[in-house]
Design a protein around this ligand. Structure first.
Ligand code: FAD
Ligand code: UDP
Length: 378
């Protein structure tokens, strides 16, 4: 089999690059994917009860990039969706990220007035601050508030999710869920927030629909690479696997999802509820509430149980952002640089970076422009 590009992985990174190479350059691409489906971790499907579910946990699309939004809009229409998350704190369901509404719901109005005044005195309305910033605040009341939020929102959840305390991870991890000085209960404030109208998998199908693109599922690239003729490889799997773990395995975090169908109209108040302090799972997603799926009897939920990643046993879902892991990744990156004329490493696993979907699409479009499109005359 002869191709111009061999791409390992049919997630966002691999599929966006395949689409660009095929439609802009008219070149032939083979995508090899070890799973039995396209769309990587964004894969969704209709379960046996007809509910559209996300196999690998809730995937909410949000971006500030018009370029990314316009690009994906070629392959999907959208259903507007603003993600709202509640967290179970001290027996109350309060908005997460923690905001002024969470504060007022948890404490009596006699004490919230002074705290709110202190917050508004030091921060602008709408401002986002990390839990670490709030903990460093000199004001005694705000420091006490920070300690409460740290204990009730971040500590238990982070220990479950990562097996590490917040302070043992890069601050960017908890920084993803800041404290917000506002009454805006949305999880994200991005300019574009929506779900693909017919699901992620359908969007990927349209992206990959081209006579120039062949997709080989259920296949580890190592099984076929020796038999495929190609000019360049694009690798979107784990970078340590590519180099046969020569510097040792990179730590990843895995998850186990427990799906459950309920024969009732709704299971919970909102699409996602976080349980920082109770149970062994971190959150429960009710899919119907994310997708606005209509005319469906019953509802499907998933509980997420974080687990240690074990090679060959479960999937590597999250790189673990921490300095010594980054240092190990850089050893692999140096190896990658040596073969950059032959192999492009792209994606959450290949770059060992906690990317969201929109960042991955932006990255794939950038790599296409900088590394691939300039080769068009070759
Ligand atoms: P992937 O989607 O992981 O694709 C890589 C592909 O390579 C996989 O399909 C894998 O099977 C394949 N592969 C690996 N090794 C081999 C091999 N040896 N041979 C063949 N194929 C191989 N982002 C958001 O923006 N919003 C969200 O709400 C959100 N929620 C998330 C929830 C969870 C639980 C997780 C884990 C991620 C979430 N993300 C979210 C992030 C999003 O999933 C990623 O940004 C995106 O999927 C990364 O795309 P990728 O192509 O880099 O990687
Ligand atoms: N987090 C937390 N409590 C919460 C929500 C998030 O401690 O209620 C922390 C936790 O460390 C988590 C990180 O913030 O891993 C990022 O959360 P996000 O919701 O962005 O995680 P993802 O959807 O990527 O799993």
């Amino acid at each position: 089999m002869k191709f111009d590009y061999l791409i390992v992985g049919a997630g966002f990174s691999g599929s966006v690059m395949a689409e660009r190479i095929s439609s802009i350059l008219g070149k032939r691409v083979l995508i090899v994917e070890q799973r039995n489906h396209i769309a990587g971790n964004a894969y969704d499907y209709f379960d046996e009860n007809g509910v559209l579910v996300h196999k690998f946990g809730p995937h909410i699309f949000h971006t500030n990039s018009k370029k990314v939004w316009d690009y994906l809009s070629t392959y999907t229409e959208w259903t507007p969706y603003y993600h709202k998350v509640l967290g179970m704190l001290d027996g109350e369901m309060v908005p997460i990220p923690f905001n002024l509404n969470s504060l007022n719901q948890l404490f009596p109005s006699t004490s919230t007035k002074a705290i709110e005044d202190a917050l508004l005195d030091q921060y602008k309305i709408g401002e986002k601050i990390t839990i670490q910033q709030l903990q460093n605040n000199k004001n005694k009341q705000l420091k006490a508030l920070a300690d409460y939020i740290y204990e009730k929102v971040f500590h238990g959840y982070t220990v479950k999710q990562w097996g590490l305390k917040p302070e043992d991870l890069d601050p960017s991890v908890t920084g993803r869920v800041p404290v917000i000085i506002s009454r805006d209960n949305r999880y994200f404030q991005d300019k574009y927030q929506a779900m693909p109208k017919h699901g992620y998998t359908e969007m990927f199908k349209r992206m990959l629909h081209s006579p120039n693109i062949k997709v080989l599922l259920n296949t580890d690239y190592k099984e076929v690479i020796a038999d495929v003729h190609y000019k360049k490889l694009i690798f979107t799997g784990p970078i340590d696997l590519y180099f046969d773990y020569k510097f040792g395995p990179l730590p990843y975090r895995s998850l186990r999802f427990e799906f459950e169908f309920h024969n009732k109209e709704e299971f919970q108040e909102t699409g996602q509820i976080n349980y920082p302090n109770e149970y062994d799972f971190t959150r429960i997603t009710e899919f119907k509430k994310l997708t606005h799926q209509k005319n469906i009897l019953g509802t499907t939920i998933a509980r997420e149980y974080p687990e240690a990643f074990k090679i060959g046993i479960n999937d590597p879902y999250y790189p673990v952002p921490k300095k010594e892991h980054r240092d190990k990744y850089l050893l692999y990156e140096t190896e990658a640089q040596k073969i950059k004329d032959k192999v492009i490493f792209a994606g959450r696993l290949a770059e060992y970076k906690y990317y969201n979907m929109d960042q991955i699409v932006a990255r794939a479009l950038h790599l296409f422009d900088k590394e691939i499109n300039r080769e068009k005359d070759n």
